[in-house]
Design a protein around this ligand. Structure first.
Ligand SMILES: [Zn+2]
Length: 306
């Protein structure tokens, strides 16, 4: 029989790995009746105790959900949170000094070389660094160092790149779309990611919220980046499904169906630019999520006005 208990705000405690990482807002906080968890949907009418239900999953963002209607309510709240949470994203980076001027000031190129490279770029497109390398023999590492100074980030080396472990952290699609390369994990808390041309703070932010790891982003020399990217793509990535929906309701309905069918022991939703990234764990996640224990669903909204 349903039993109603006192709601303890933010009482996820040991039930919720999210409570430790503070990975995403306040939606779908797990509730407890005394020491026993209740359905995480704050508007749940059943008052079911998890203990008395044969159903122990799905768990979404640290909260157990008693039925499909409550799963849908929790997912809809999370989709709305992600959709409306654009102000949480880091502000776009503004370079203080253009790359060309920085290279001139460092004595790496002459003003004439810069002028010629800018003309080539204007006529043929491409990146300034590419033309400086191709037409004026500027070394790649010199351009990368100057880019890193522009972005205020480190130049990262690939010494301990561990592709097999990194492949479980981010869906393969994101490597191609966002040009991000997970490089290595340091200890239990830190994740180094590399980019070839510039840092995408929004991508870093989403990876932090999903993995609970603090992301340190830096630039990697182009040739090294391409080599490491190729090595990573040879690895097996977690299975991923792509879904497209016409509205936030339809997107929430699709995620709900998948959660109800997959019954994950934990799942989280974050938005990464135009993608809603739902990750499901068969077992409750640690920072070393195993490849075979994770599944990704990447949702996007189609059509104008979404
Ligand atoms: Zn419920």
């Amino acid at each position: 029989m349903p039993v109603l208990g006192e709601e303890t705000p933010g009482g996820g405690g040991a039930e919720s790995p999210r409570a430790e990482t503070e990975a995403a807002g306040s939606a779908a906080r797990p509730r407890r009746g005394g020491v026993l968890p209740l359905c995480a949907n704050p508007r749940c009418a059943s008052g079911w105790l998890r203990l008395w239900r044969p159903r122990q999953t799905p768990v979404f963002e640290g909260g157990w959900l008693c039925g499909a209607a409550c799963t849908r309510a929790a997912v809809l709240a999370a989709v709305a949170r992600e959709m409306d949470g654009r102000q949480e994203e880091p502000a776009p980076h503004r370079h203080r000094i253009p790359l060309g001027l920085m290279l001139v000031s460092q004595g790496a190129i002459s003003p004439e070389q810069l002028k010629a490279a800018l003309c080539r770029q204007k006529a043929s497109g491409g990146r300034l660094g590419m033309w400086l390398r191709r037409e004026h023999g500027v070394e790649e590492r010199v351009v990368t160092r100057a880019l890193a100074a522009q972005w205020g980030c480190p130049v990262l080396l690939l010494g301990n790149h561990s592709p097999a472990k990194m492949a479980s952290l981010v869906p393969r699609l994101f490597l191609d779309i966002f040009g991000v390369l997970p490089l290595r994990q340091a200890g239990a808390r830190l994740l180094y990611v590399g980019y070839a041309d510039g840092i995408d703070r929004c991508v870093d932010f989403a990876i932090e919220r999903m993995t609970g790891l603090r992301v340190v982003a830096g630039l990697v020399d182009g040739a090294e980046f391409a080599r490491a990217h190729g090595r990573l793509l040879e690895e097996a990535f977690p299975p991923a499904r792509l879904i497209e929906a016409a509205s936030r309701d339809a997107l929430a309905a699709s995620f709900t169906r998948i959660l109800e069918a997959s019954k994950p022991a934990e799942s989280r939703l974050v938005r990464i630019r135009d993608y809603y990234w739902l990750r499901m764990w068969r077992q409750r996640p640690g920072t070393d999520a195993r490849l075979d224990a994770v599944e990704d669903v990447l949702g996007s909204l189609a059509g104008p006005g979404c």
